[in-house]
Ligand binder design. Structure first.
Ligand SMILES: [Zn+2]
Length: 278
């Protein structure tokens, strides 16, 4: 039995790249049939990653390999490539077969949860993510690799790691916030402006509006970035995820305010994101 960390998936994104990314990770589930993956003759080694893609056609395998490496480059250039990023390269397994994906620890609902990061930091790619556009693959893999880099287990509230993962993927995507998060932006324009980050319950993969909760976490993380600088924001995230000091203390020390004190400023930031001014 091994606990796995899930995230996922895609449905039609209205943005420039013509794909949509729906997130639903963070919930730990148990898999009875997780097996240690062996590097096979079908594995591809690149600078930062090792891709194992048995049964995947050669041309698709090459495209996925490029996307895997691109996403790893996005993450390590922002967050560094030190531990827990694996020194031998992050391990990715891509599955052409749904049953094999599920047997390895992937979600049964692979249409909506298209990638999984296991407890040992292996990223599992479902058949539906394999078939998605390259930009969607890079987005999802950038999100997952952020978890690999920060450590799959987080001591902080979920929004810290999920927001950091979404922010990393969104900033690298080149999409406007409205293109990335049309659902969330519609609600903000309608006057629904949350005062702080989303709760753990809102970010649960079984929550009714989990996609919007991930977009919300991304927006809050983008807001925090504007309250300090990239170095300060990254230091906060790394320390919060690692644990050892209360997150509220870290938050106050980094942003010189409590979350409550920043609620009006966050509302202003949301208005900027929704109007395209940020
Ligand atoms: Zn995640």
């Amino acid at each position: 039995m091994a606990e796995v960390h899930r995230r996922g998936a895609l449905t039609g994104f209205a943005g420039l790249v013509g794909v949509a990314v729906l997130t639903s990770c963070g919930r730990s589930v148990e898999s009875e049939s997780f097996e240690t993956s062996a590097t096979s003759a079908r594995s591809t080694n690149r600078a930062r990653t090792v891709l194992d893609a048995q049964g995947v056609p050669t041309q698709l395998r090459a495209a996925v390999s490029r996307d895997v490496e691109k996403a790893a480059s996005i993450v390590t250039s922002l967050w560094g490539d030190q531990s827990p990023w694996p020194s031998a390269g992050a391990h990715v397994r891509a599955f052409a077969d749904h049953d094999a994906f599920v047997a390895a620890g992937g979600d049964r609902n692979a249409r909506s949860v298209t990638a999984t990061t296991t407890e040992d930091g292996t990223v599992l790619i479902s058949p539906s993510l394999l078939e998605s556009p390259s930009a969607a693959r890079v987005f999802v893999l950038s999100h997952e690799f952020t978890h690999v880099r920060l450590g799959v287990r987080s001591a902080a509230a979920r929004w810290v790691a999920e927001g950091a993962a979404e922010l990393t993927a969104w900033h690298a995507s080149g999409l406007s916030f409205a293109q990335y998060a049309p659902t969330f932006v519609r609600r903000v324009r309608a006057g629904d402006r949350p005062h702080g980050p989303p709760s753990d319950a809102q970010l649960d993969s079984d929550a009714a509006d989990v996609q919007r909760a991930y977009q919300h976490a991304c927006a809050y993380s983008d807001f925090l970035l504007t309250r300090t600088d990239p170095v300060g924001y990254r230091r906060f995230v790394v320390s919060a995820v690692a644990g050892g000091r209360p997150v509220d203390d870290l938050f106050d020390a980094t942003f010189a305010a409590t979350q409550r004190a920043l609620s009006a400023s966050f509302a202003e930031h949301l208005a900027k994101l929704a109007s395209g001014r940020r």
